[in-house]
Design a binder for this molecule. Structure first.
Ligand code: TIU
Length: 222
């Protein structure tokens, strides 16, 4: 059993039952010139998570942890794009429209794919999700169940939207989640802080919070 210093108390895990989940590190959210930046966001706040996540990813691969990548997006025919998601924001250029890096959040488009720095390796499942949570309308639960995984180390963007939703979904399905605070990012510093506090408050109501350095230390001993 490996131990990671974390809040509200140490996170214990076994390699065989623990997966690394990297949420939506897609060009459209993270890269300069993408959809996120086009909406007026400062993508450097998200890009800060790339380097520590690269270290965690490399260590997880070396220790043979299951690594799962998720991408938020929709079918090219947009048949799985709910009306509320299409209309929300009253955007001139929104989901499905031609954006700076191809059709926005459409599967197969350049902007929809994962940034080069965190490119999935062959054999690592990539879960395409139409919603914010990685469990909604996906086969993530089946993939984890088949491998006997019940603990998740979570990285990705954005902290208060897709990361937080995924952690909440996972928690209700019986998974322990450890969120690494320097490996998640938000366009809003106040939300970054609050979203992390929400996870670990009340005795870890949704899970645990640690950081890449503490996780790497624990993983090295696993
Ligand atoms: N992946 C994810 O968080 N999708 C979003 O739309 N996030 C926002 O913060 N908008």
């Amino acid at each position: 059993m490996a131990k990671v210093r974390a809040e509200p108390y140490e996170f214990e895990f076994e390699r065989a039952s623990c997966a690394l989940v990297i949420v939506d590190m897609q060009r459209d959210f993270v890269d300069p010139g993408g959809f996120g930046e086009a909406l007026g966001n400062d993508v450097s706040l998200l890009r800060k998570a790339i380097a520590p996540t690269q270290k965690v990813l490399a260590a997880a691969r070396a220790k043979k942890l299951l690594v799962i990548h998720t991408r938020e997006g929709h079918r090219p025919d947009l048949a799985d794009l709910p009306r509320n998601k299409k209309l929300r924001g009253r955007l001139k250029t929104g989901i499905g429209d031609k954006g700076p890096m191809g059709r926005i959040l459409v599967r197969g488009e350049y902007g929809h794919d994962i940034v080069d720095e965190l490119k999935p390796a062959p054999g690592e499942p990539v879960v395409d999700k139409p919603g914010k949570g990685a469990f909604y309308a996906t086969d993530l639960d089946a993939i984890l169940h088949a491998r006997g995984i019940w603990q998740l180390v979570v990285c990705g963007v954005t902290t208060e939207v897709c990361v937080n939703t995924t952690v909440r979904e996972a928690n209700d399905r019986g998974y322990d989640c450890l969120v690494l605070e320097d490996c998640v990012g938000s366009y809003f510093p106040a939300f970054q802080k609050a979203a992390l506090e929400m996870v670990k408050a009340q005795g870890g109501i949704f899970g645990w919070v640690s950081d890449s350095a503490r996780f790497l230390k624990g993983l090295a001993r696993a």
